[in-house]
Design a binder for this molecule. Sequence first.
Ligand code: ES4
Ligand code: ZN
Length: 351
Amino acid sequence: MNKEKFIRGIPKADLHMHVEGAIEPEMAIALAQRNGVDLPYRSADELKAALDFQCLQSFLAVLKNLVSLLIHEQDFYEVTFNYLKKSSFQNVAYADLMFDPQAHMSRGVAFDTVIQGIHRAQQDAEKEFGIRSQLIMNFQRDASIESAEQALDEALRYRDRIVAVGLDNTELPQFYTLFTDLFRRARAAGFKLTSHCDVDEPTAVDHIRGCFNQLQVDRLDHGVNVLEDEQLMEQARSQQICFTACPTTDYITVKDPLSDPYVQRVSHAAKAMLEAGLCVTVNTDDPGIMGGRYINDILIDLDRLVTLSKAEIVQLMRNAFNSIWVNEQERQDYLTALENYAETYANHGEL
Ligand code: ES4
Ligand code: ZN
């Protein structure tokens, strides 16, 4: 078995994906027709061209157009189910699904509609394919704190269906100061905490420090700039804070992922984080609109760029299964399957 096969077959977890970013271009065109939404793109190819982002801001602008397609429970169901089905075929045993209620509530789509559609897809995918998943509710860093409070109030009614809260969307300067009280309330209600700290944003290291010390996150999404601060690395190691790196960006198949500077940047960072003993994982982020690249594509390209040993591939997955918020029995089941796989295939010279 060669390394690519080893990657395809290994039991995986995907800890960082956005349901809204799982809309594939063809799906978007079909949804626009079905829901009578006037998209600024007439075909999947036009949409792919628009998805050739220049920066986080232009990416988020296209994402906003796509989010407007999600109106009915069935829309949320289909997007989520498609992601879970494709992921399970790539041996993802477990996935954390992020969703952004403020992006929907602000358009008059009820919180219940969003959560019912996603939840039904989670149940059906688990039944049909055995893939397990949990929900992370993200607040938008650039929306009003009142709307975030409102989203948290709604989430409390679904406490058993949401495992954690996080922060995403536009990275405002010192955003963590705005969310300290809200995160304290969320933690008191039993939610785990995570936050995006996007790659190479201004004052990235200060943002990571703020997320660690003020928000007291359990996990950090992206956060690869931690490599610039020895003290923060030590803190991350001792508190076992997991980083969800995503070496993928824009509508990548129109280009060559391996020559994309962002993919290269994050791939080298992920490798350096592994070597530094940090709990780093590799994830899909927005699989539908980032070139339709699911977890195997991302891992295989990562290996091509920075060459992972089989032990490092196993370590990435060990990190992921060690970082998910499940009971210890379930964790042990994933870890046992992983270690069995590693033992069976990693030690056969051919690999
Ligand atoms: C996002 Cl900040 C960010 N990056 C990637 N995808 C996203 N979806 C919502 N916020
Ligand atoms: Zn993200």
